[in-house]
Design a protein around this ligand. Structure first.
Ligand SMILES: [Zn+2]
Length: 346
């Protein structure tokens, strides 16, 4: 089987173990208490803010054998099974990873999930199926899921998770109760990083770079993170004089990166441009994402008129959308660099 059903070793199953999102937690607990939780939910919002983690807590609450008010109780056999990521009535579908980090959910995985949904629950009253990054379904998979949502085969709750809501079929969205998540506060992220062992000033710097995503902040913390930022900034510094030979060369070298690496680079490139806009706005009284690079960014302003910065941001947004598609990365990058170069020559 190509698709895998992930089984990490430990799940957080307490509402308070998931950072932030007080309003969303309250709404879910209220729906549970009133017995009005719909059979399909769609958790949407930026990457790395805890949607899936909260989905697992919700699953634990749905499956808990104790009265719903205190669920998940953390003590019953169902909660213990959930905590050790081995609940027989809970399944988590994650996309299949292909070469260079391309991810996809195919119809085979959805069919398997549908079969699981039809089986009688083993430990609890129903089954809970969580589909992470559900926007990565291809068309046959999406149509198959739609059928399953229209006619659920058994006592089952679906939790769909996505950071790209617009990539889903409207018909799927309309079958689910949507619950939107925002970014996390900088304070929340700093405190989580400090709990992970980061020093205060470092935590503050990483939180500023994380765009409200704890996932990204942790990733940066783990990877030492600022190397790719420097790479993006250097590229920006070279952009006014970018030669076609450099376009081919950069596209060839970055075409070998994984999609994760590239999207990280894009994020930094994007942040550099946004910081430049802030510098334009108020001449330097506001905080920017990359305080430590303020002088380098300010030095770029004479070669980057504001309208060009806006146009470059447009190119980045378009490229970020395209990164998910299964197209040759080197070719995509060539096109992207040429568009950037065109903007500079406008
Ligand atoms: Zn319980």
């Amino acid at each position: 089987m190509a698709e895998e059903i992930a089984a990490p070793q430990h799940f957080h199953i307490r509402w308070e173990e998931v950072l932030g999102h007080g309003r969303q937690k309250e709404e879910l607990r209220r729906l549970l208490a009133q017995g009005r939780l719909p059979h399909a939910l769609l958790l949407t919002g930026p990457e790395g803010v805890g949607k899936k983690l909260l989905g697992r807590v919700l699953a634990a609450a749905v499956l808990c054998q104790q009265p719903v008010e205190g669920a998940p109780c953390g003590l019953c056999p169902s909660c213990l099974a959930m905590e050790s990521a081995s609940h027989p009535d809970y399944y988590e579908l994650t996309p299949e990873v292909r070469g260079k980090g391309t991810k996809i959910i195919r119809i085979e995985a959805i069919r398997e999930l549908t079969e699981l949904a039809a089986r009688y629950p083993v430990m609890s009253d129903r089954r809970v199926l969580l589909l992470d990054e559900v926007d990565l379904m291809n068309e046959p998979a999406a149509n198959s899921l739609l059928k399953t949502l229209e006619e659920p085969p058994g006592e089952v709750t679906f939790i769909l998770v996505t950071s790209a809501r617009s990539a889903l079929l409207d018909t799927i969205i309309s079958r689910c109760m949507p619950l939107a998540f925002g970014v996390l506060s900088k304070e929340d992220i700093v405190s989580a990083l400090v709990r992970q062992g980061a020093a205060g000033p470092q935590a503050a710097e990483l939180a500023a770079l994380s765009d409200g995503s704890l996932g990204r902040a942790l990733q940066l913390y783990a990877s030492g993170g600022l190397e790719r930022r420097d790479c993006a900034l250097k590229f920006l510094e070279g952009l006014p004089g970018l030669k076609m030979t450099a376009v081919w060369r950069e596209a060839e070298s970055m075409g070998n990166w994984s999609r994760e690496e590239l999207s990280e680079w894009m994020l930094y490139f994007n942040m550099c441009l946004r910081d430049m806009l802030v510098l334009y706005e108020d001449g330097g009284s506001s905080l920017i994402y990359q305080e430590d690079c303020r002088e380098r960014l300010a030095a770029l302003l004479p070669s980057f008129p504001e309208r060009k910065v806006f146009a470059l941001l447009g190119c980045v947004r378009e490229m970020q959308k395209r990164l998910g598609a299964n197209v040759n990365l080197r070719l995509q990058l060539e096109g992207f660099f040429i568009r950037l170069r065109d903007v500079m020559q406008m």
